[in-house]
Every structure is written in structure tokens, then in C-alpha cells.
Write a protein of this length. Structure first.
Length: 194
């Protein structure tokens, strides 16, 4: 597996959430910054996004934000980053986040985070990338997500091997070790839907 020099974090932009999630974002940003790895994220200054970026910066790590123009004009972009890319669309943003990252971590979030999560897992299923993905299931937040995947498997819309597209940890301290040891799934294209 390629060296992990750049880690993308998908997370929520809401500040009206439990301190448990805020603390997790702060710790993850700190750990990424202390490791010397680059944080790639959505470029916002609010919610968990702002917290993870501020913590990584405070810990001495480089931070790249990628934000679409239509969000940037609302003045929610983070102005203290190592690099801020303003792009034309959400599609461009998501593609650049993938291109600029060696691994992905998913913290709690809303519809945008869920969209990014399903997309990065679908791309991995389709072999568009082979990068590790870790879901940080803080305080059971992603339990319904895991239950949904199990339901898809039980109903025949997904294979048990799809659970190996990502790993799940319940503590932020376990994210970095999980990124380095995550096994790659083997899903043959010809049997993907059989």
C-alpha cells in the first residue's frame, strides 16, 4: 500500500452537535497534524470541519481545504489554511479530495458526509481506487449505517465482501492504526452482482 501522506476527513459542518463529536474532531485533527500528514477536507470553518482543520493546524500539520464557489460566497470558508482551493462544483470538489488523498476517515456528519461516504465506498467497490477507508463510529453514531449495509447484504443488493471496503473503529485513537492495517477487499467484477 502507498505511504499515507495525505488523509481526507469527511465530517459535518454543523456546530449544533454533541461535544462528544466535537472532541473527536479535535483529537483526529491533532493526531493527523502531529503525524506530519496533510489533512484534506471540505474547506469550511464551521462545525466539525472547522474543528478538525484548526486542530491539525495547531498541531503543525499542513491543511488543504477544497470548497465550491457556491459555498465560499456564503463566507464559510476557512481563511487560515495552508491551501484553499475554490472550485466550480461539488463534483469537482469531491474528485479533487479523492485525488489529493491517500486515505479517508469518516467522522459523524449529515447528508453531505453520507453522500461522500457512499461515493468513496462505491468507487472502491468499482476499483476506481484502492485507498483505505475508516469509519469513526463515535458514540454509536454510525450504527444505523452499519445496520443498513447488513440489510442490503441480507436482501441480496450487496455482498458480504462489501463490508471489507472499510473498517470501523469506535475510538479516534484507533483511526491511524486502522488506516495502516486495513486489508484490501477482493471483489471480482464478474461476480459483483451475482
Amino acid at each position: 500500500m502507498k505511504d499515507l501522506t495525505s488523509i481526507c476527513v469527511y465530517c459535518g459542518s454543523s456546530s449544533r452537535v454533541s461535544d462528544t463529536y466535537k472532541d473527536a474532531a479535535h483529537l483526529l485533527g491533532t493526531l493527523i497534524g502531529q503525524s506530519g500528514r496533510q489533512l484534506v477536507y471540505g474547506g469550511g470553518r464551521v462545525g466539525l470541519m472547522g474543528i478538525v482543520a484548526d486542530a491539525a493546524i495547531a498541531a503543525g500539520g499542513p491543511v488543504v481545504g477544497i470548497i465550491p464557489e457556491h459555498i465560499q460566497v456564503l463566507e464559510v470558508e476557512h481563511t487560515g489554511l495552508t491551501e484553499l482551493l475554490v472550485v466550480d462544483s461539488m463534483h469537482t470538489r469531491k474528485r479533487l479530495m479523492v485525488d489529493r488523498s491517500d486515505a479517508f476517515v469518516i467522522l459523524p456528519g449529515g447528508l453531505g458526509t453520507l453522500d461522500e461516504t457512499f461515493e468513496i465506498l462505491t468507487w472502491k467497490q468499482l476499483r476506481l481506487h484502492d485507498k483505505p477507508v475508516v469509519v469513526a463510529n463515535i458514540d454509536g453514531y454510525w450504527d444505523p449505517f452499519e445496520a443498513l449495509l447488513d440489510h442490503m447484504i441480507a436482501q441480496g443488493f450487496a455482498q458480504p465482501a462489501h463490508r471489507k471496503l472499510f473498517s470501523v473503529v469506535t475510538r479516534v485513537e484507533d483511526v491511524m492504526p486502522a488506516l495502516s492495517r486495513q486489508p484490501e477487499p477482493v471483489i471480482k467484477p464478474e461476480t459483483k452482482w451475482l
